[in-house]
Design a protein. Structure first.
Length: 328
């Protein structure tokens, strides 16, 4: 699969998203002053930090991160074929790059979430492809930009299909899932791995979309929920380097990075990163990366981005749908 390269605009603050899971946005943490174990490949290139304004996200080609794909969640009593079909039409069209652009439009360009959502629907959904329905539907949204935009997209599509749809902001997952289960709201834009782990009360999700979806189905049934099709759009942890660093090594994926590096690689991220399976240990065990050192920063925020741009770290934790990311 062709790697998708995204750029982070210089010194733009990240949007701290989800609660999950994805903290709903991801599962890594920051780290202490630890250094990575393992010896560097002496034949590889020097992977010391390289400063630069633009950052590129390296593809997680071996699926280290959980499959936190955007997926519609529906109260089972409110679910019908037309409702699910129209929500699945959103999933079929939605991409991570579009999440990035929409988050940026709201958080950086200061457009309204409602206008951004309607613009996406106008560009991506044809009324002729929707199944006609009726009845009142309340779509929930959490208290962060991406969820608000997605909630409005769902509502706009349902309105186009004939439903009387509205959007209600209902806070974090501990609040909105009970509201969805009780029928106070009928639809919610969820994240596959995060909601699976939340319902299971355990870390059962993986980087396998189909496998995680199968794990979710019995949990959803027990909770009185139905889930639609997962989209290609994901909001999860990702790892970035400067464009200058990537160009120097000729890398676009984390596997490329592991094959290229011999020494000098410095990892930056949140405090718990050296201990979290999907942060430093996962990079070491899944990809065979070795690090000369770790620098404790933040979880996908401005400290990590600035450290990358200033050449203080080689690779740092970001979020895949951060509104500070933009395609070049």
């Amino acid at each position: 699969m062709r790697a998708r390269i995204r750029y982070i605009a210089p010194l733009v603050l990240a949007v701290v998203a989800l609660t999950t899971a994805c903290g709903e946005s991801g599962s890594s943490g920051t780290g202490g002053d630890s250094t990575s174990s393992g010896s560097a490949n002496a034949s590889g290139q020097d992977c010391s930090p390289v400063a630069g304004d633009k950052l590129v996200v390296l593809e997680d080609d071996q699926h280290l991160q959980n499959a936190d794909n955007v997926i519609p969640a529906v109260n089972a009593d409110a679910s019908d074929d037309a409702l699910l079909a129209n929500l699945n039409a959103v999933s079929a069209a939605l991409t991570t790059d579009q999440l990035v652009s929409m988050n940026a439009a709201v958080d950086v360009q200061r457009q309204s979430a409602e206008d951004v959502a309607q613009g996406w629907v106008d560009d991506n959904i044809s009324d002729g492809d929707l199944q006609k329905g009726s009845g009142s539907v309340v779509v929930g949204g959490a208290n962060f930009t991406e969820s608000t935009v997605l909630g409005n997209i769902y509502a706009d599509v349902l309105k186009s299909a004939g439903f009387d749809a509205s959007v209600k902001k209902v806070g974090n997952r501990e609040l909105y899932l009970p509201a969805l289960e009780s029928g106070e709201i009928q639809v919610f834009p969820e994240y596959l791995a995060t909601v699976t782990n939340f319902l299971a009360k355990d870390e059962v999700a993986t980087g396998d979309v189909d496998g995680t979806l199968e794990t979710l189905k019995p949990l959803a049934e027990k909770a009185g929920l139905v889930f639609g099709e997962p989209s290609d759009a994901v909001d999860q942890n990702a790892f970035a380097v400067t464009k200058e660093f990537a160009d120097k090594l000729g890398v676009t994926t984390l596997s490329d990075l592991a094959a290229a590096c011999g020494s000098g690689l410095v990892l930056g991220g949140p405090t718990e990163c050296p201990d979290r399976p999907q942060c430093q240990p996962g990079l070491e065990e899944t990809y065979g990366l070795t690090f000369d050192s770790f620098r404790e920063l933040d979880s996908g925020g401005p400290l990590t981005k600035t450290a990358l741009q200033q050449g203080e770290i080689s690779i740092g934790l970001v979020f895949s749908s951060d509104g500070a990311l933009a395609q070049s």
